[in-house]
Design a protein. Sequence first.
Length: 464
Amino acid sequence: MKKIIAASAGLLLVGSMVTAASADVTFTGDSRERLMMKEKYSYDNNQNDYAYGRVRLLMNATTKGGAFANVRMSFGNSQDWGNVDGSNAIYSAAPPATGKGSNSTSTTGLNTVTDWAYMGIPIGPVTVAAGRMPDFTDVWFRYDKRLDALAATYATKNTSVTALVAKIYESEQPTYSVTAHEDRDVNQWAVIAKQNFIGGWNGLFYGIYQDNQTGDVANTITPSQKVSFSGFKGTVKAEGPVGPVKLLGELSYAQKTLSTNGMANSIWYDTDNSPIYKNGLAQNSDAYGGIFHAKMDFGPAAGTFVLGFTRNGFQADGNYGFLMMGGAMGGSNPDIPGQGSPITALNRIGQNPVNSNYSANTVFAGLIGDYQINKTYKLVGILADAGVTGYGNLVELSGMVNIAVTDGAYINLGGGLLHKSLNNSLNYAQNNADASFASFAPGSWVQNHNDLDYAVFTELGIKF
């Protein structure tokens, strides 16, 4: 009897293994460690040096019928040392239950995060996906975001159309009469259309309507007094070759109703900014911005000319930009190799250089040059200029060396200078009532902001 039971259990195990084998499962991932030194990045011109890193593991399972599940886990996500007073404790076993050492800050300590987890099922030419999914659609407009969403995608060889609904905020609050509750959610409805054209050209339309039902700040406000935070935001992009030159043009727009208007419950999508302008007062005009790129290859070298602008509170996605201006979230500017910029001094193009909570009209231009010395070494150089209304001028000179150490392993060595010139700073400080200016006499304010930021970094990384 024991032998029969054992044999039956073995058959069950084999059967389960056969069932699991009907899906192809792959594992990939990456890891990086960054070491930084920054100088004069804050009002008191202090120096920061620190390091942080993480390991990410991506699992993808696909059935024979084309259904799939995709999960990415991130381990570590820690600031290993620096940038905060205190000791870096040495533990004989695991760190404290909080996952943070004695130099605890919001960015310090080990943790494990489910970056995304979603599934998809093909139904004819349409694939339906649901779960917490990533959005890597467009570096300038919206990139490297996570959405709790349901999406349906129709795709052919040259055309792709996705309809998506995402839950941004779930809430049920008392009505103005405080005798009942009503749904006050924030949902997003989006359409993403991509099209390949003849001659190597392609186009993108990405439109998002945000339905914000929160309406007001105080629950006692009557429905007639509610403020609408719903609105549309979208972008149109085209790129392709003209002879030896690769061109890219994009124009983006956001309705003024998406602005916070100084109210805390105006919610745009996770980890991104709504179009806030000046000192957070009501936005009276719709926001917009655009970019133009022209890139040309010269054998092992390439040069890219960049031109762009933001108006009425529009800000580029945090992944777009250079090394010192923009690129703050470690994204994927196609003209800069590696994992984006860890040394940005201006988190977003279109952001106010003095206070990151505010926006400012910006016109910017840049030259990005790169030279592939051989299979191991690649050089990148950047010269960029940004004129910021009401603040002054920013000039960036930066560069990096990308070293392919072995197959799948690299080292990035980089640094940058950001020169800040103020042309109307005193009027700006006086006309923007913000507590951050209160402790600075006019002379001190100019000294701390008409200065030179500089930084260097080392990045060690692997991809597997």
